[in-house]
Design a protein around this ligand. Sequence first.
Ligand SMILES: Nc1ncnc2c1ncn2[C@@H]1O[C@H](COP(=O)(O)OP(=O)(O)O)[C@@H](O)[C@H]1O
Ligand SMILES: O=P(O)(O)OC[C@H]1O[C@](O)(COP(=O)(O)O)[C@@H](O)[C@@H]1O
Length: 331
Amino acid sequence: MSTIKRIGVLTSGGDAPGMNACIRSVVLTAAAKEIEVVGFSHGFNGLIDGEHRTLLPYHVQHIIQLGGTILKSARCPALHTEDGARTAAGTLHQLQLDALLVIGGDGSFRGAMAIAPFYKGQLIGLPGTIDNDVDGTDATIGYATAIDTALDAIDKIRDTADAFERIFLVELMGRHSGFIALSAGIACGAEQIICPELGLLKKGQLDSVIRPIQHAQLIKGKSSYIIVMAEHCYPGGSTALAADLSEAIGIECRACVLGHIQRGGSPVGADRILATKLGAYAVEQLMQGAHLMMAGEVNHQAGLFPLELTGEGKKNIDPYLLNWQQQVAND
Ligand SMILES: Nc1ncnc2c1ncn2[C@@H]1O[C@H](COP(=O)(O)OP(=O)(O)O)[C@@H](O)[C@H]1O
Ligand SMILES: O=P(O)(O)OC[C@H]1O[C@](O)(COP(=O)(O)O)[C@@H](O)[C@@H]1O
């Protein structure tokens, strides 16, 4: 018999499509088990500032299709101090919360772990970030939508690139990983993909980028050429790389930074389903006593993974697709 009566939930770090679906699932599952839910606003700031409200099933009606997060998200520098962590734990005790669910990335999970020494309740993470850079789950909530959003934009760029027979560099998010760049790059038929896993490029050292462009021009004739690149791979980003390439090869290159567009929009079905499954699973596992674990999905199976291992960076972008891109599509 579970002793869980009241739980808290918050969304933290970069918002991701599907966070609302996850909040909804947590609230509905908890209500079905007669557990009260308190939602904190603005990530961990809501814990420190005491910004919270009770969440009932009617509050989460018709939010499954909404991007963003009804709880708002934020980064919270105060949690990096012991004072901040103590204050956060104090709020949880004051509100008599038996557990806290944190929807966010590995940074947010480090935030949860910082609170742990001062909190006597349970802490569970739910992976919500477009970057997919969280160990212990095949996909994070928001990743599938970000790929589709990027694709929608890149397909449009292909039209104008074709019309002008231009080289385009499309810069995608991912923080320091190439999950979005590889997936979107493969799915849009990019001629070249640049991502951190292939090594960061140094200013002016463009041979590895230029060689496939020249090869493509020689064997395929003039056409559009799209390079999908992850952020932080070249000093100055895609704009600087486009300028340096234009100068080096004498062909005009254009850059397009998709930026925060990738974080918005209605979550695709896969994200809504993943968010619903993990939200429900997290509540059930709390009732079984889970603590300092993330609820993730591996091979379609929900499971728990230690929070402290979620940021180890052991999950790799698909080596098969990366190799195919290098061997076949880049040439
Ligand atoms: N080492 C840490 N100690 C305490 N809190 C942390 C730590 N790392 C991250 N956090 C908290 O988690 C928040 C979100 O982390 P961030 O890395 O920006 O996003 P994400 O959760 O998407 O990876 C930070 O603003 C901070 O409040
Ligand atoms: O919104 P900000 O603060 O500019 O941060 C941008 C970063 O946030 C993200 O969109 C999401 O990252 P997190 O989920 O780790 O916060 C990254 O892809 C990007 O590098």
